[in-house]
Design a protein around this ligand. Structure first.
Ligand code: NAD
Length: 327
């Protein structure tokens, strides 16, 4: 697995170990954290290396039955500030993992893509056959989704004759403890905490980008891990699966829920939204549900656990934003 010390990767590593698999993880620590793997460190082979280097990927691939490719840079602020890095890791990582799989006769290739491939989806709830889009190559925002579209095309077409099985998973807004700091839920938790500390009484004025009417469907990491595992392991060759939930909620509702978890009421203060934001995103998950997926964790429960983690780990904020491996 590439990207195995990341938020999603580390959760999948633990599940797949429990399921009886052996794992080798390749990660360069750019966004990963070994603490996420501390309880299973002795049960995996961990290789510190970069997916942009073929030799590292080739070395990590020897003797494996499947490659799960997760290494990528996410976090919306980096789409705007580091688009060339996002695309470099997307393209070189993809080509190197495919080449290493071919060289080492690895029959299965599992790709972690993203719901961002639709940008503004034509239909919501969105199923896997809706068209993929890069609305404007000049807007760096689309570096992330564009890199995922190329990755899917490359992997699925190589799958025509070179692999026994290529599976693509498109995650939609996965969240949970230790998910990183540059995402909407951790940012809202930190904002609510700071406002609570500085404004002692009354309603908290809660700043958000846009007016808060944008919607998303947030999926707790434990549910996501179950769904992605089913898709990769039971999914069909050259099949694409959404994994997420179909419970759509507005961003302003998420903000007020988080404020209430720290015991406060909040009123939303709207501001200008960066160009390229999507007003609605919610996956149709019936395809992965047909494999046995059934997300169970409510947003209230998941947000409670996530808020607890962030409030207990505020000291880790600003660590490993985008570690120096890039420079
Ligand atoms: N979290 C979500 O909601 C979400 C949504 C859609 C798609 N995804 C995709 O799922 C995958 C995992 O996401 P995540 O949320 O766990 O992110 P993450 O940043 O926590 O994990 C990514 C991992 O990749 C590693 N990595 C990055 N560049 C690398 C390189 N050049 N060489 C080796 N390792 C490298 C990082 O160090 C990190 O451990 C990514 O492909 C991401 O695009 C995530």
């Amino acid at each position: 697995m590439t990207g195995g010390s990341g938020f999603i990767g580390s959760s999948l590593v633990k599940k797949w170990l429990k399921d009886g698999h052996s794992l080798r993880v390749l990660d360069n620590g750019m966004r990963g954290q070994m603490r996420r793997l501390s309880d299973v460190e002795d049960e995996i082979e961990f290789i510190q290396g970069d997916v942009r280097e073929f030799d590292a990927v080739n070395h990590a691939s020897k003797g494996m039955d499947a490659i799960a490719h997760l290494a990528y840079i996410n976090g919306t602020e980096f789409f705007y500030s580091k688009p060339e890095l996002i695309l470099e890791i997307a393209l070189k990582g993809l080509i190197n993992t495919i080449d290493a799989a071919l060289k080492n006769n690895i029959g299965q290739y599992w790709l972690m893509s993203s719901g961002e491939v639709y940008q503004t989806p034509e239909h919501v709830p969105t199923n896997e056959s809706v068209s993929l889009k890069v609305p404007d190559p000049l807007n760096p925002r689309y570096s992330y989704g564009g890199g995922k579209i190329i990755s899917e095309l490359y992997a699925l077409n190589y799958g025509l004759s070179n692999f026994d099985k290529v599976v693509v998973v498109r995650p939609h807004n996965v969240y949970g403890p230790d998910m990183g700091w540059e995402h909407v839920i951790p940012q809202f938790i930190c904002r609510a905490h700071e406002l609570n500390a500085s404004i002692k009484t009354g309603i908290l004025p809660f700043d958000i980008q846009g007016d808060g009417s944008n919607t998303r469907a947030f999926c707790f990491i434990d549910d996501f891990t179950e769904g992605a595992s089913l898709a990769f392991q039971k999914g069909g060759h050259r099949e694409i699966y959404h994994v997420g939930t179909s419970d759509e909620i507005s961003i302003s509702q998420v903000a007020t829920k988080i404020a209430s978890l720290i015991g406060r009421d909040a009123s939303i203060v709207a501001s200008k939204e960066p160009e390229g934001q999507t007003s609605r995103r919610c996956p149709d998950i019936s395809k992965v549900c047909a494999l046995g997926y059934n997300p169970r964790v409510t947003l209230d429960f998941g947000l409670d656990r996530t808020t607890d983690w962030y409030l207990s780990n505020l000291a880790l904020r600003n660590t490993n934003k985008l570690a120096s491996a890039q420079d």
